[in-house]
Design a protein around this ligand. Structure first.
Ligand SMILES: Nc1ncnc2c1ncn2[C@@H]1O[C@H](COP(=O)(O)OP(=O)(O)OP(=O)(O)O)[C@@H](O)[C@H]1O
Length: 302
């Protein structure tokens, strides 16, 4: 797979490049060059990834269960090390960028019975800015109100987080990721389990963020949403299968190569795989996600 791993859809270009400004002044947000990620001393979880994400780009991360999507996001958060190749996030190491990258996890640890308001949940996203012992000030409160407004939850700001619907809670968690005004936003399966209204709102918010120059990396099984929201795609199955502009790369042939092991060997990666036959044109919407995720990610947000 090695030599295939860095080919783009047409096979003609060595690596994925993203639309950047002609004068080259805007820094690329993510730059991975043949990067391989591994947990501890075990076999690599994801190998040979070569991508870049520029401001305003949205990269869809697509692959079967266990393919390494969450690993890539954890790698960009500095939680899983790069064992070979090169990885730069916001111009430095992923670890150095910790706290400056917005992250929306697949599930969240907040106990619905814990008596916190939406406003308090979103304020958690400011904590790394506040530093030890500093109380939130006017600017923090304004940022929280703006983030809540951005996801359309202003009427619920003072209400109990646990009383919100699932889709509203997810938008609240997105507001928490946005409140520190990150230049790079990572989202792990954000469309799973959302009702139509929440999906449409999330799509709208992601489009606005792109227009504002935020770079986005989003894992999803939903090819339609990926096409709707994203400029680029990275297809993985424990290594990079293809990467590039979404229209040229999200082809039936590349999808077949990405999912061929998933449909052939079911449990090959130790997770359950695509439960249904899949339709290359309409996507994998509705495929269940196992709630196994998250390395040490809880530690990322206080
Ligand atoms: N904390 C961990 N420690 C060791 N190995 C892990 C850890 N988390 C994931 N892995 C392994 O890394 C590989 C990639 O898993 P990962 O969770 O990144 O896949 P994924 O594409 O996000 O899957 P899913 O769609 O099921 O969330 C798998 O073999 C998995 O078992």
């Amino acid at each position: 797979m090695g030599s295939d791993a860095v080919r783009t859809a047409g096979g003609s270009r060595r690596r994925m490049t993203t639309a950047g400004p002609a004068d080259g002044t805007t820094a690329v947000l993510v730059e991975l060059a043949d990067a391989t990620f591994a947990y501890g001393a075990g076999a690599p979880a994801l190998e040979h990834v070569t991508i870049s994400v520029a401001p305003g780009d949205a990269l869809a991360l697509i692959g079967p269960n266990g393919a390494g999507k969450s690993t890539l996001l954890a790698g960009l958060l500095g939680l899983v090390p790069v064992v070979s190749g090169r990885a730069a996030v916001l111009g430095g190491s992923a670890r150095a960028a910790t706290g400056r990258v917005g992250y929306m996890p697949q599930t969240d640890e907040i106990d619905p019975d814990f008596p916190v308001t939406l406003r308090q949940v979103v304020m958690m996203g400011r904590y790394h800015r506040l530093g030890a012992f500093r109380l939130p000030g006017r600017r923090d409160r304004e940022a929280v109100a703006a983030a809540i407004e951005r996801v359309g939850l202003t009427p619920h700001a003072g209400g109990r987080f646990g009383a919100l619907s699932g889709g509203q809670q997810q938008r609240g968690i997105l507001a928490r990721a946005l409140v520190a005004a990150p230049r790079l936003l990572l989202l792990d399966e954000p469309f799973n389990g959302l009702d139509r209204t929440s999906r449409e709102r999330l799509v709208g918010t992601l489009r606005e963020l792109r227009a504002d120059g935020v770079g986005i990396v989003v894992s999803t099984h939903d090819l339609e949403l990926a096409r709707d929201v994203c400029s680029h795609v990275l297809l993985v199955d424990r290594c990079q299968i293809a990467a590039g502009p979404i229209d040229a790369t999200l082809t039936p042939e590349n999808l077949r190569r990405t999912f061929e092991h998933a449909s052939a060997d079911g449990e090959a990666h130790g997770h359950h795989h695509l439960a249904h036959g899949h339709d290359h044109d309409t996507g994998f919407r509705g495929v269940d996600e196992p709630p196994h995720v998250h390395v040490a990610i809880e530690g990322h947000h206080p």
